[in-house]
Design a protein around this ligand. Structure first.
Ligand SMILES: [Zn+2]
Length: 270
């Protein structure tokens, strides 16, 4: 973990300092070395939060985009007393979880049920095949009228299957911690799979990194997601009867019935 309590203050790991775990209250030791990133560890090998994964530089780089006070927030289920640490919890109540290791759908669903208002950010660089597969699937990703919003056919051929039926938005980060000099590199953007479908299609939003960070910090994220979803709802169909009325009205206004020709003819002026 990045933070432990030292004399009741949240502190980062510093050599020789002992800390207290925010979840279980047991003693933590500071691990500061050159191989792994600085962190606090429990005495044994096990962490008291089974959902916690050892952090990589990717985790820390992401977390550092947000205020320190929002890092590693302990959340408790009021009914069961179950506790877990959210990677980020914003002041607007949004939990952002950065997931590097594999997570099976059952486990994923449990966590979504616990955090509720959340978004996943998935490390798309862990498996070598994920990004090439995404690039190759161009024909399955269709543009919509709304810029940056796409419909995805056969979504499990485009993204890892364990993420495609999530009940919350899932963001794929294919860049990882790599610095990209080419501004047209598709990995510069984030790809957010929304939790709703339109018919057989999944909905994908292409989001600039800085926009995701900015809107989650200022709280606009929730409305933005809602707007994406609303904009893709099928337009209300006009009932058949009304449709034929429109047709008649149109003809009455702009066309007249030509007896000789036996059909409606367009008026010259109307
Ligand atoms: Zn603990």
């Amino acid at each position: 973990m990045e933070y432990a309590l030292v004399e009741n203050i949240r502190l980062k790991a510093t050599n020789g300092v002992k800390g207290i775990c925010q979840i279980c209250g047991s003693e933590l030791i500071a691990k500061c070395g050159s191989i792994k990133i600085n962190h606090w560890a429990h005495m044994g090998t096990r962490n008291c939060d089974p959902w916690w994964e050892n952090e990589t530089e990717w985790h820390r780089t992401w977390k550092n985009n947000f205020y320190k006070d929002w890092h590693e927030i302990v959340l408790t289920d009021e009914t069961t007393g179950e506790k877990h640490i959210a990677d980020i919890r914003t002041i607007h109540g949004l939990v952002i979880e950065f997931q590097h290791s594999h997570l099976d759908p059952v486990e994923r669903t449990k966590r979504e049920g616990f955090y509720k208002n959340m978004v996943w950010v998935v490390d798309g660089t862990r498996l070598k095949r994920d990004y090439p597969r995404f690039l190759k699937s161009n024909s399955q990703i269709k543009k919509t009228e709304k810029k940056g919003i796409f419909l995805v056919d056969f979504v499990d051929e485009v993204f890892p299957t364990n993420w495609v039926n999530s009940s919350v938005p899932v963001i794929f980060d294919f860049k990882g911690i790599e610095a990209l000099s080419d501004n047209t590199d598709k990995r510069k953007k984030l790809y957010c799979l929304l939790q709703v479908r339109q018919g057989i299609y999944s909905i994908l939003a292409e989001i600039p990194r800085e926009v995701f960070i900015k809107t989650t910090i200022n709280g606009e994220w929730a409305t933005r997601i809602q707007n994406y979803i609303e904009s893709l709802k099928p337009k209300k169909e006009i009932p058949k009867q009304e449709r034929s009325n429109i047709h008649t009205r149109h003809r009455e206004g702009t066309h007249y019935y030509d007896q000789k020709k036996g059909k409606f003819v367009k008026k010259w002026r109307f």
